[in-house]
Write a protein that binds this ligand. Structure first.
Ligand code: AMP
Ligand code: ZN
Length: 117
């Protein structure tokens, strides 16, 4: 855990969030300011600042996060592929539009989520 990190505090239960999934290594919760009818974040509990810090040792963790995406997207109300589907975004660094410096995967679903940006 990194001191003063918002998503570390959510992972530790110190700040509340509307949780959609949790296991020993991963937590997913609704984005507080949704950009689409379905908008949640999947977050590794360990503090990784961004995708720029990923290393080979994180491969299994990231693989688990990515395979959670389709399951959680459907559970949260996105419509089935191919008529439905979802959008996955990982903002990285200042040029990538990252605001919270703890790696997180945005999952956006519902009709035309890209029009809500
Ligand atoms: P990013 O720009 O990729 O760093 O996105 C950070 C996201 O975190 C934004 O979409 C925010 O709405 C979301 N966010 C910020 N604070 C919270 C919070 N306390 N609970 C849930 N989502 C949050
Ligand atoms: Zn953190």
């Amino acid at each position: 855990m990194s001191a003063d990190c918002l998503f570390c505090k959510i992972a530790a239960g110190e700040i509340p969030a509307r949780r959609v999934y949790e296991d020993d290594d991963i937590i997913a919760f609704h984005d507080i300011n949704p950009s689409a009818p379905v908008h949640f974040l999947i977050v590794p509990k360990m503090h990784i600042a961004s995708m720029a810090q990923l290393e080979e040792k994180h491969a299994a963790l990231m693989g688990r996060i990515m395979t959670l995406v389709p399951r959680l997207a459907l559970e949260q109300g996105s419509q089935p592929y191919p008529e439905g589907g979802f959008r996955v975004i990982i903002n990285t660094g200042a040029h990538g539009g990252q605001e919270v410096p703890h790696l997180h995967v945005h999952v956006l679903g519902g009709a035309h989520p890209w029009k809500h940006e």
